[in-house]
Design a protein around this ligand. Sequence first.
Ligand code: ADP
Ligand code: MG
Length: 455
Amino acid sequence: MDKEELWQAVLAQIQFGVSRANFATWFRNTKILSKKDGEIIVSVPNSFSKEWLSSKYHNTILKILRNLDNGIKIINYTVQLEKPSRTKSKSISKKREELEINQLSFNEFKIDQETNLNPIYRFDNFVIGSFNELAHAAAWAISDNPGLVYNPLFIYGGVGLGKTHLLEAIGNRIVENFPKKNVKYVPAERFTSEIVRAIREHEIENLKTKLREIDVLIMDDAQFLAGKEKTQEEFFHIFNTLREANKQIILSSDKPPKAIPALEERLRSRFEGGMIADISLPDFETRMAILKAKCEEKGIELHSDVLEYIVSNIQRNIRELEGALNRLLIFKKLNNKSPDIDVVKKLLSNLINFPARSTTYKKIVQAVAQFYDLKGGDLLALTRRKEIVRPRQIAMYLLRFELKESYPSIGRKFGGKDHTTAIYACEKISKELENNESLINEMGLIRQRIYSESL
Ligand code: ADP
Ligand code: MG
């Protein structure tokens, strides 16, 4: 068996054991570079695939190879850029020049007029880990077969964790694979204002006709439909028309359909009628992988101390991870060298040095109220309204467990209630958190808000 055949055989076997999406991500553009004295050198297109193959797939690959050829003893992985001839003999200054040009052209990417998609969001620059694996796999499947697999696809997760990136990647890939399909990306807020404008200008029929011609409708941040009754009504009809014609609908939101307040029941049940996939929080390893991929993309090399410092301190938001890296890039541009750990600590001090996990009573109440689309005052008032009771119990629980407040003090804060009410609330929520997946999710999303900088 020559090395091409050998690798084809390996790939063919691996394909059975991994999802199509992961297969495409990790094994695209890999090959056996050489096979000599029991050593196989596998070439991979970037250091990120190298890390994944050598850490997660190494044993599988080795086993398959040994079954095919028992003389094989070790495998090494090496990064070969996709256009090796161009990068090999390049001088440093040339590289730097190119980096600057890349950055310029990066900013020059234009949003497509027809589809409203931004071409920078693609699958090949979307890093997969266990936190987003399901959402990614569903997204990938849909872009292979729009309208035919999961419809609608509803993706939810906290701020800055890749919802928009994934939605746009689906759109961009469908445009590439099916150039005739009419794809539209629209944030819910924009959709709402278009509906409102069309009604005002007596153009709603026109707009509806246009919307019915869409093959793939991508609506980002659907939580903003909350409370917009007229928009929800129009959207409901468009949704049904598209869905019945097997046109693909993709939605994102910062919370699951159940938790979107003031959403008509019939729309909620439509949102739940296809596939719901969440994006949770990336673990340390995945954050590291993402940061390394971004470093590579932006042409900066950072010491492992620095990588570790960033990844340990920025945990809840990939956009903040990118923000940190951008600061280091500017430093590099001005000083022609990568910053060392001491410099990095200074550069990122206002991103990172807010006391770890600090929060306040006010922040908690505000975050819970915002999440459930209530006013802070509603939570604190003396009322038994159903839509308030539960968020209030959640707020009490958080006060207890995030701030270690005493039960009597919690009771006093929430409308002068007895401490037994506070105990009851905390116990009820704790108990539910043992097995109620959707509550666990909601709690994670609320915590993310509590500890995010913007509140
Ligand atoms: P959201 O819409 O969930 O708030 P975005 O999709 O805007 O988040 O992501 C925030 C930033 O993080 C974007 O620049 C995006 O490209 C990047 N990002 C998010 N998830 C990933 C990922 N899995 N791999 C690479 N970059 C990511
Ligand atoms: Mg977004």
